[in-house]
Design a protein around this ligand. Structure first.
Ligand code: ZN
Ligand code: ZN
Length: 273
C-alpha cells in the first residue's frame, strides 16, 4: 500500500486511459503533452504518497477511537448480510459522505482554498483527476470511509466498492466519449462530472456526488445539460507549479485593489494633508 512509486496508478492512466482518450476523445485535438502535464504527473506520484502517510496517521487514530466507542453488536449485524447487499450499502453510505464533504469544501471559504487546486484543471482527463490537494483528499476520504468502518462492514464489500470508486473517479474525469444512457440520472458519468468542473455560472456548486448522481437529484444540486461544457477551471488564482499548489491554501494572495480601497486611500491622503 505504501510503495514510493505507485506503479499501478501510472500503468492504469498511461496504458488504459490515455490510449482510450486518443481513440474515442470527448474533446478533439488535445495534445498529449498538454499544459500542466508535469504538475499533474507530480500529483499522481507525490500527492498520492503524502495522502497515504496522512491517512495512516489521522484515519488510523480515528479507527482506534471508533473501536473503543462502537458496540460490537452493530458490526455483527451488518456483517450478517450478504456480500452483494453490503457492497451496495458501502457504495451508497460512502458516497453520501463524499457528497457532504465535497459540498462542505465548496461552501466553507478556507476549505475551498484546498479544493480550488482540483478545480484549477482546465483540460480534464484521467491524469488531471489526480490533481487534488492531499489535505482535500484526507478530508473527503475520512468523511466517506469512517462511517463504513464504524458500521463494521466485511472486508470484501469494502474492497469491491473501493475498486469501483477508483475506476469511476478516473472515468468521470477522462476525455473519453462514453454515454451512460438513462443510467446517467443514477450513476456519475463523464458528462455529470465534467459539468462539475465547468467554469460557467449555471454549473457552479452543482454535481457533488462521486459515484451516484441520484444523490444530487435528491438534494436539488444536479445540473446536466445534454451538451458537454466548453470552458473548465476556476477564477481563483491557483498557481501552475506543483509545490506552489501545495502551499497555495496557506498563502493568501493579495487581491487587486477595488474601487472602495482607492476611495479610502484618497480620503486618508486628503486628511493627512
Ligand atoms: Zn468540487
Ligand atoms: Zn473532479
Amino acid at each position: 500500500m505504501f510503495e514510493i512509486i505507485d506503479l499501478k496508478a501510472i500503468l492504469i492512466v498511461f496504458m488504459i486511459f490515455v490510449p482510450l482518450e486518443h481513440l474515442v476523445p470527448l474533446h478533439e485535438g488535445r495534445r498529449y503533452l498538454r499544459r500542466a502535464f508535469v504538475t499533474d504527473l507530480l500529483h499522481l506520484l507525490v500527492t498520492g504518497l503524502l495522502f497515504k502517510i496522512g491517512f495512516l496517521i489521522f484515519v488510523g487514530a480515528c479507527m482506534m477511537a471508533i473501536d473503543s466507542a462502537v458496540p460490537s453488536i452493530i458490526g455483527e449485524t451488518v456483517r450478517a448480510q450478504p456480500i452483494w447487499l453490503q457492497t451496495i450499502e458501502v457504495i451508497v453510505i460512502s458516497d453520501v459522505g463524499f457528497y457532504v464533504a465535497h459540498r462542505t469544501l465548496h461552501s466553507v471559504p478556507f476549505l475551498w482554498r484546498f479544493h480550488a487546486i482540483h478545480h484549477s484543471i482546465e483540460e480534464l482527463d484521467a491524469l488531471a483527476a489526480h490533481r487534488v490537494h492531499p489535505l482535500d483528499q484526507l478530508f473527503v476520504k475520512a468523511t466517506s470511509l469512517l462511517p463504513i468502518y464504524a458500521l463494521g462492514f466485511s472486508v470484501w464489500p469494502i474492497i469491491i466498492a473501493g475498486l469501483i470508486y477508483q475506476w469511476q473517479a478516473l472515468l468521470i474525469h477522462s476525455n473519453i466519449r462514453i454515454g451512460f444512457g438513462p443510467f446517467k440520472w443514477v450513476v456519475a458519468s463523464p458528462l455529470f462530472h465534467h459539468w462539475h468542473h465547468a467554469n460557467e455560472p449555471a454549473a457552479i456548486d452543482k454535481n457533488f456526488a462521486g459515484q451516484l448522481s441520484i444523490i444530487d437529484a435528491i438534494f436539488g444540486t444536479m445540473y446536466m445539460p445534454e451538451a458537454m461544457p466548453t470552458k473548465y477551471g476556476t477564477d481563483e488564482p491557483v498557481p501552475d507549479a506543483y509545490f506552489r499548489q501545495l502551499a497555495y491554501p496557506f498563502t493568501r494572495p493579495k487581491r487587486p485593489p477595488i474601487a472602495s480601497d482607492l476611495q479610502m486611500a484618497e480620503l486618508n491622503h486628503d486628511q493627512s494633508n
